[in-house]
Design a protein around this ligand. Sequence first.
Ligand code: GAL
Length: 711
Amino acid sequence: MFEQRPLSAWRTLSLDRFLLGVPHYPEHVDESFLERDAVRIAAAGFNVVRMGEFAWNLFEPVAGRYEFALFDRAIKTFAAHGVSTIMCTPTATPPRWLTVAEPDLLRMTASGAPHRHGSRQHVDTTNPRFREHSRRITEVMAQHYRSTIGIIGWQTDNELNTSYSESFSAAALDEFQLFLIARYGTVDALNEAWGTRVWAQSYNNFSEIDLPYPHMPVAGNPSQVLDYHRFLAHATAMFQRDQVEILRRINPDWFVTHNIGAIRDLDMRGPLASDLDFVGYDIYPFLFDERLRGGHAYLPAFHLDLVRGAAGNLIVPEQQSGFGSQPGFATPVPEPGEMRRMAYSSIARGVDGLMFFRWRPAHYGAEIYWMGVLDHDDIPRRRYDEASRFAHEVGRIAPEILGTTVRIDVGIAGPDFDNEEAAKSYSLGLPTPQEAAMPLHRYCYEQGIACGFVHPEDALHRLKLFFVPHWMLWKPEWTPLLERFAEQGGTLVIGARTGAHTPDNHMIQVTPPGSLRTLCGVAVEEFGPLPAEGAPALTAIWGLSEPLASKPAESGKRQHVISLGEARIPAAFWYERLVPDDGTTVLARWDSRFLKGEAAITQRAAGRGRVIYVGSFLTPALTASLCDLLLPQAGIEPLVAGLPAGVEATLRESDDRRLLFLQNTTSERVEVEGLPAGFELIEASSVQHGRLHLDAYGCAIIKLTSCTSAN
Ligand code: GAL
């Protein structure tokens, strides 16, 4: 096994330069374009192209015959102009001859229909026979390119699981059973873990176990569903590991990365990320409807924080440049300035390399309306100018950026694959932990408070406040980590339901919050869902649902209200009746119906810090009131006081420097005041009188004069 670098939200990249470039598809244009492309790509200030991820049919046009000449010439042409190549394993699009010869490699849907050739990700990555083909093409390509000048690293596959992650094939069933044997050892242990005494589900041996079909005819066993998703995530990571092992063995100087797309059946704190030098995350902001889903500025920030929370600084192997479409959808068009703004927003959240998707649009196929940096007529226009401006700016200031990580004052527990999947496997109509984290994350985003996702096993001492959003599956070994955080002065906020299940997803047999009870100083004596009136329906996109909003209750509905200080706040999703221990104080009470007067939010002093338990889910209104109370006590202030609406603020820092990033996500010019003293790196000018203006979609990076505080 190769060396793995421990994952942390503060892991830096191991690259000595900022990667700037474009995915390039030499197979989509006449070869006469290559030289001119290389000249323009270099002139734009780019230093890298990515290629090959969908070209298996060209690398191996018929079984066992390999051809690399076109790509060899492309890599050489780019290298001659100082542009390096990230090569990709092409396993997202297996060639037709393969699925004709072996139709059993196709993914199978739960209704028994196999996927078909003609799209992508149609082959079953859980299938050991497909893994053999994946190893074979990876080995042949890596051997061919082992000493090719210009190739600096590899991307595995393309957006694993983005199009589809499940399979109900015969191979998937066999592999699921093997996964369960490895996990449980004996069928008795599995029966115990799955609680198969209920509804006569017990198994006499592993070969009796089936995949969790959606029509059984009613609900299946949630433990079986959870393990199926653990299996899919494991199989995906092992599919990738095959490729990583080969690439590292053949040339250890290459870096290996992957471009995460939809975060679906991917455990980003497992080998999927730790096998890689660093992860990539593709940014397509305009896939998210602005009105319904919280906007194309906010959601990328949320996703980037989530991915960085798992594996630290990252790259963006693809960022939307212009209008985007496939036959089934069309996105709005990024306005002039937005392409550059989106790119700076990514850097502000820990990105150390970025490629604009794609060099030029295709003239045929499923993405003819997905615009590139160039247009179909090959004429550079505003997107080329913007990308080039960005690349030259970042190329100049990269030494300041590289080596810094994103400051986090407010940490939110996440991501955690088991907790997310356990919540989905028995949802009760409630938000998943990630969805439930959104109100606090969005509050911090809007206020310019340094916020991010951090796993309880990561360096909690770097935070001032840590919120655990409803993590039902609780490992007892996490409790002392939280205790230490609070005792050393941290403000710990625990959301309802946290600790209510065992790691096997059983209900605990003691009063919740179980192993967190002493730390929280509270007992949960009753709980239940709140009516749905206050909560909009949740629809998943890219594994996440829309941000949560609370609406005032309509009169006569069985709505509950929390009274916190002067505020009376409609509660949503869930109530808990809390019984505080001696010494635990009540911060908020239920103020309606049978709960009237009962504790809703409590606080217990712990060492130099405090532990807050919230017996409901955070809504935007509850978040705002709670933050008014807790943030000043925790010593948390916005990075910029009075940040104008629509301006993003984050801080990247290292031992010797602090960089304050500001991005104007609006089409209006804004003035930002109250800034700390410093030097603005993009325009290379001092910040005068704590003030600067940002044009429509304008960006600034202020290197602070004082190394100690942004406030
Ligand atoms: C990404 C994918 C690209 C391209 C792009 C635009 O998800 O990796 O290959 O399809 O979306 O649709």
